[in-house]
Design a protein around this ligand. Structure first.
Ligand code: NAD
Length: 269
């Protein structure tokens, strides 16, 4: 009997697929038999990662902030493996200059950097969803998985644009889920995961000291508020993702699943 969680033969596009979380998902899902298109601004890294998956993946250059670039990239994907079944919107992130510090106050955060973070996370999710969503609407089925963040549930100190943008990604996930199900097909599902704290290049030097590698005050506070008392590893996301992109979640749409070691459940007392 076919497993409810089967993703074998599924054609999956991952934006930001050359990044830490995106590439881990790409590799894990390809091991489960999926075919992966890694779409990233960093074309050489996308190719490099695809090559490790031995014929089960290909890299594509695509800028999620430029609709023409995304349309061209998706045309190349369709030429490569046909219409995709699943879109994972993995491109996103913060910018150091959109982060308050002892030397940069909220009042002085440069507007262009705030705009960059807002656009990368929100428009960078909406634009690929428009392009692929149209294909899904024509076929009356498909799955979109967004990557929100813990910040969306409770904003974290120092990163106002990133927190607000991820809250918008969660909101957009609900909006698009309703829109696709009502207007096009109940077989088009849209969900998100909200990773908690994963030690990656994006936040390494917010959570650990650059010189000593020891936890910063912020890193310590996070672990104190994480009942499982550790940072996540990118592999921790795979199970939740597999559930949300497989038939196992066929009656699930419009939700944002925390994968956070219990952070969002803990009041601190
Ligand atoms: P990362 O920086 O390692 O990867 C992001 C990838 O997106 C990079 O390969 C980059 O080249 C690509 N990218 C950037 N701009 C792009 C653009 N305009 N078009 C196409 N690709 C572009 O980040 P990550 O840690 O793997 O995070 C992946 C997602 O998960 C992001 O949305 C991030 O906000 C979210 N997230 C990460 C964490 C964490 O702890 N790392 C926690 C919560 C949520």
């Amino acid at each position: 009997m076919k497993s409810l969680f089967d993703v074998k033969g599924k054609k999956i596009v991952i934006t930001g697929g050359a990044g830490v979380l995106g590439s881990t998902l790409a590799m894990s899902l390809s091991k489960l038999g999926a075919l992966i298109a890694i779409m990233d601004l960093n074309e050489s890294k996308a190719h490099e990662i695809a090559e490790t998956m031995k014929g089960k993946a290909k890299g594509f250059k695509g800028d999620v902030l430029d609709k023409h670039s995304v349309e061209n990239a998706f045309q190349e994907v369709v030429d490569y493996f046909g219409a995709p079944d699943i879109l994972i919107n993995g491109a996103g992130g913060n910018h150091p200059k959109a982060t308050t510090s002892n030397t940069l106050s909220f009042f002085d955060l440069p507007v262009d950097k705030l705009r960059f973070v807002n656009e990368l996370n929100l428009l960078g999710t909406i634009i690929p969803s428009q392009v692929v969503g149209r294909m899904f609407a024509e076929r009356s089925e498909g799955i979109i998985l967004n990557i929100s963040s813990m910040n969306a549930f409770r904003p974290l100190t120092r990163i106002p644009a990133y927190s607000a943008a991820k809250a918008a990604v969660s909101n957009f996930t609900q909006w698009l889920a309703v829109h696709m199900a009502q207007i096009y097909s109940p077989k088009i599902r849209v969900n998100a995961i909200a990773p908690g704290f994963f030690l990656t290049e994006q936040n390494r030097f917010l959570l650990t000291d650059e010189q000593t590698g020891k936890l910063t005050e912020r890193g310590k506070k996070i672990l104190d508020h994480t009942p499982m008392n550790r940072f996540g590893a990118p592999e921790d996301l795979v199970g939740a993702v597999q559930w949300l992109i497989s038939d196992a979640s066929q009656f699930v749409t419009g939700i944002v699943v925390p994968v956070d070691g219990g952070f969002s459940a803990y009041s601190g007392v």
